[in-house]
Design a protein around this ligand. Structure first.
Ligand code: ADP
Ligand code: MG
Length: 980
């Protein structure tokens, strides 16, 4: 079975597979021995393995036997009924050798690339079982809740049989139950459930008991490319209402709309003029070109220049789009692109572009305001001084000016600087709001990027086309769109906790993955996650016929060809699966199918469960199924009776996707497990991929080889250029993910530090010791400001230090305790620390007495009052520390958000924003650590234990239900009250 591998997969992969192949033989040998075991004896293997691990054997050593046990259990399960997703299914699986191979690769932390239908779910059972023997947490990450439940019920049968516990974690798992879910040996769940639980445990849990996870040992990520690549562009965020709001979208929205309208009208006018000229010169009908006079030639040239300009100002302009359908005319427009691209014409290009108000770069999804645009802005706001709305203050320069002004007193200087700083931050906020408003107008399209429903903006997922209620565009863009669409602007939110999936998965000691499509992204997996991709051969050779792409000039021709193809294949009775890029295209295709009287099912990616059922039906004779390419991922399409003889499932791709991986994913739906099947992709030059990412030279090529209407262009060159375009997009998306990650890496270090401190606070038995540590650290930190270690040269300011101590803590020192000729710095520090700590201890003692009194008073009526006073006090201190860490950390996250926006504005000054960001984030973190300690040290002296009021507890004759709860001891945190 492994013979032909070398040719296909290269030598490195070959070597590894050879090695694992030997292990497969061992597994099979062991398994034969197990045939004679009783069920009882086989079950006992789990206990035996655990024992041997405890005695020092390694997981690697146990692998062959453990996998053999899993295989043997499968054998015994054959013929039994397993209840999965509401149906009874007969167990009929015993791992094939290639599955054991994939299972070995995953135990060693690799991504196993196994085609759709090869049985990855069962494959994962082996490494899950082996690693769970360690008793440490083992997680299997699925793409959706439905699959988490299905796989847990299905192959979970093996673990249950062997005496391990397995649970699934879904969005509807109630919070109080999660701790027990995580306590089981193996957990199936989605990446966002795992990730959010991590964030909640570390940023919201108020006690150890409230934390539900128990660590991160081994995770297998199913469909790993979908999770780590498609979904990894946006981080997980827990947010809540912000305490401060600085947004001014409402104030700015009318004026932004005005400038956008200016631009739209301008481009419409240019496009209309150009079309008239072209029409007049007889170029709209195509065919023979008439000879032009010199004047006409100039006119024509000017018309195309205008159209080029429109393509930079409003790329989606209808007239422009219509004209571009004709490849000759399109080429004329593109000529200008080539012309302006030339170095000598740069200035002319800039001049031409300055006719616009806004220049849009569709490829990079960016835009720029020209001087004309800024003038338009001033016109809109009717205030010439607002020309500064788009420029930043040179804060450093302005400060220097103030400093150099000899007429100002120090106090004046300070005051002026404060005014300036406020002006600066207001301007930054305004310019940020402005940019987002423009972005909302120019780059975000209604019904494509979002929908408007019930006074709300709802995001549409670009991969699945699913509406995503509850999720919001970040960084104010959501508010900007709300302003644009005139719905109510939701309050600003503030980040409480955030992490990228990448960084979440790095928490695991060992990570592995499986998918049908990883090899094209092997580089990224290696670079970011240190994961190798291993291509596992299929159980049976693949029988799919992949036809060459058919490429058409226009979308219209493309759809005609698709319908023809569907009719021909459907006539033979073969089932057809048509993959689309979005829900929008699915619906369009459905309309065309209806017009042609073709019965079909549209899979609207809205519900995972029905999704799975529909897709499972897609292998029936004569079935036509239309689905977005992400829909129903993870459910396989089995051919129904007689279909294989007809030729199996035919897959149609309605466009090439932005990455080759997604094309492969769609193709892989057909011809699973050696079934017959075929696939065919259709592409048109109006597809986004072709429009934006192919080289302009293609257009001139097309002009020469343009086929008659409704005939595909067949040329090898084009296949190549489609692939180049895809590689370009893949590269761009990779950079975007890397970018997100580079920023998150900076945060990751800070997050790890804060979370581990927070966890120490939650788990320590002695919060008083932590309090002491903090007090000591604050005293030492401050002493550095008053003393240098060498007394004779440098600072020596005992009086200053004494004053500081007395004003920060409720203690006094005699004026001369530190002021003595022989005293060393260390002695001073020891004196200070001891006194502060003693004072704190006295406060605790006093508080404990008060609690004791309260307990007497209430006659120990409630459980709360039966606790030892010291334990109650510990909880109070713990709680106080946590609250300060959390609120300051949240404030820090907000500062970081602002910093990010700010550094991105600095690109102009030739500075690398990432380096700037790292640098300043580091400084901010320093400030944060300092503030956490200082504020906690103050708060420790500023709380008060309060006795519950007696009145509330008088027995009354109220109906049972409304008897007030027994009084609880509470404490008032004076540090949270305004200072008097
Ligand atoms: P994948 O995730 O690789 O696309 P699944 O795990 O969904 O594949 O399995 C696909 C189908 O193959 C399932 O219906 C399963 O019952 C079947 N299958 C998997 N492994 C085996 C096996 N060893 N023997 C028989 N059928 C198997
Ligand atoms: Mg699967």
């Amino acid at each position: 079975m492994f013979d032909s591998l070398k040719k296909i997969f290269g030598t490195a992969q070959h070597r590894i597979l050879k090695k694992y192949e030997k292990l497969v033989l061992q597994v099979n040998k062991y398994e034969e021995k197990l045939h004679s075991f009783s069920d009882e004896a086989l079950r006992n293997k789990t206990v035996e393995f655990r024992q041997r691990l405890a005695e020092g054997e390694s997981l690697d050593q146990l692998l062959p036997e453990a996998y053999a046990v899993v295989k043997n259990v499968c054998r015994r399960l054959c013929g039994t009924q397993v209840h999965v997703s509401g149906y009874d299914q007969e167990w009929d699986m015993i791992p094939y050798d290639v599955q054991i191979l994939g299972a070995i690769a995953m135990h060693h932390g690799a991504i196993a690339e196994m085609q759709t239908g090869e049985g990855k779910t069962l494959t994962a059972a082996m490494p899950l079982y082996l690693n769970a023997l360690s008793g440490k947490p083992v997680h299997l990450v699925t793409v959706n809740d439905y699959l988490a439940q299905r796989d847990c019920a299905w192959v979970g049968t093996i673990f249950r049989w062997l005496g391990l516990t397995v649970e699934s974690l879904t969005n509807s798992t109630p919070h109080p139950m999660r701790k027990s879910v995580y306590a089981s040996d193996i957990v199936y769940g989605t990446s966002s459930e795992f990730g959010f639980d991590y964030l909640r445990d570390n940023s919201m849990a108020q006690s150890k008991e409230e934390q539900c996870q128990r660590g991160y040992f081994f995770a297998i990520v199913d469909e790993i490319d979908s999770i780590l690549i498609d979904e990894a562009r946006t981080p997980l965020i827990i947010s809540g209402p912000s305490s401060t709001s600085r947004q001014m979208y409402d104030l700015l929205k009318e004026d932004v709309a005005y400038v956008v309208r200016l631009q739209r009208d301008l481009c419409n006018r240019l496009a209309t003029e150009a079309r008239k000229t072209i029409e007049k010169l007889g170029r709209l009908e195509g065919g023979e070109r008439k000879k032009l006079t010199k004047v006409e030639e100039a006119e024509e040239k000017e018309a195309f220049r205008k159209l080029w300009l429109v393509s930079k100002g409003t790329p989606q302009n209808k007239i422009l789009k219509r004209i571009k359908e004709d490849p000759d005319l399109r080429a004329e427009i593109d000529k200008w692109d080539t012309y302006y691209y030339g170095e000598p014409n740069k200035e002319e290009k800039a001049e031409t572009l300055s006719e616009l108000c806004i220049i849009i770069d569709e490829r990079s999804n960016e835009f720029d305001l020209t001087d004309k645009g800024i003038n338009g802005w001033v016109e809109a706001v009717k205030d010439p001084s607002r020309i500064t709305d788009f420029t930043m203050l040179d804060l450093g320069g302005e400060y220097a000016k103030i400093d150099d002004n000899l007429e100002l007193s120090e106090q004046d200087k300070l005051e002026q600087k404060i005014v300036l700083r406020e002006e600066d931050s207001k301007r930054k906020e305004r310019s940020h709001n402005l940019r987002q408003l423009f972005r909302a107008h120019l780059l975000m399209e209604k019904d494509v990027d979002y929908i408007v429903a019930e006074d709300k903006i709802i995001i549409i997922d670009e991969n699945t086309g699913r509406p995503q209620p509850g999720r919001r565009f970040s960084d104010g863009l959501h508010q900007a769109i709300e302003a644009k669409e005139g719905v109510s602007i939701q309050g600003e939110t503030q980040t409480y906790a955030t992490i990228t999936l990448q960084n979440y998965f790095r928490l695991y000691a060992k990570l592995a993955g499986m998918t049908g499509t990883a090899i094209t992204e092997a580089n990224e997996f290696k670079e970011i996650y240190k994961l190798e991709v291993l291509v596992i051969p299929s159980h049976r050779p693949c029988q799919r016929y992949d036809a060459n792409d058919e490429i058409y000039m226009t979308e219209r021709e493309k759809y005609n060809a698709i319908i023809k193809n569907i009719e021909a294949v459907h006539a033979k009775g073969r089932p057809i699966l048509i993959g689309t890029e979005s829900v929008d295209v699915s619906e369009k295709l459905s309309r065309i199918l209806k017009q042609n009287k073709l019965e079909h099912t549209v899979l609207n990616a809205k519900n995972h469960i029905s999704e799975a059922e529909v897709i499972a039906e897609a292998g029936k004779k004569g079935a036509i199924t239309v689905a977005t390419n992400m829909a129903g991922r993870g459910t396989d399409i089995k051919l129904k009776e007689g279909v294989a003889q007809l030729g199996g499932l035919h897959v149609i791709g309605t466009t090439r996707h932005q990455s080759r991986r997604i094309d492969r994913q769609l193709r892989g739906r057909s011809a699973r497990q050696g079934d017959p099947g075929s696939s065919q992709f259709y592409v048109s030059f109006e597809d986004a991929l072709m429009r934006l990412f192919t080289s302009p030279r293609i257009t001139s090529f097309l002009q020469r080889f343009r086929p008659p209407e409704n005939e595909p262009i067949s040329a090898k060159v084009l296949n190549k250029s489609i692939e180049t375009a895809q590689k370009r997009v893949e590269q761009r998306n990779y950079s975007m993910r890397k970018h997100t990650l580079e920023y998150d890496d900076v945060m990751n270090r800070q997050r790890t530090e804060i979370y581990s401190f927070r966890n120490e606070v939650l788990t320590t038995n002695d919060p008083f010791r932590l309090a002491h540590d903090i007090l000591e650290s604050v005293c030492l930190q401050e002493s550095q400001h008053h003393f240098t270690s060498n007394k004779s040269n440098g600072k020596w300011d005992p009086e200053g230090y004494r004053q500081w101590l007395m004003s920060h803590f409720p203690i006094t020192f005699e004026p001369d305790v530190f002021d003595n000729d022989y005293i060393q710095l260390e002695e001073i520090e020891t004196l200070a620390v001891e006194k502060v700590e003693a004072s704190f201890d006295r406060k605790m003692q006093h508080a404990a007495e008060k609690i004791g009194q309260a307990q007497e008073l209430f006659n120990k009526t409630s459980a709360q009052l039966l606790k030892k006073p010291e334990d109650i006090l510990k909880e109070i201190v713990r709680n106080l520390l946590i609250r300060h860490i959390d609120s300051l950390w949240q404030e820090h996250l907000l500062n970081i958000d602002h910093l990010r926006t700010e550094v991105s504005l600095r690109t102009v000054a030739q500075k690398d924003p990432l380096i700037e960001f790292k640098h300043e984030a580091f400084a901010l973190f320093d400030t944060l650590s300092f503030r956490i300690k200082t504020e906690i040290s103050h708060a420790l002296f500023k709380f008060e234990v309060m006795l519950p009021s007696l009145q509330k507890f008088e027995p009354t004759a109220m109906p049972l239900k409304s008897i007030p709860a027994p009084p609880r001891l509470s404490y008032k945190d004076l540090s949270l009250l305004p200072e008097i």
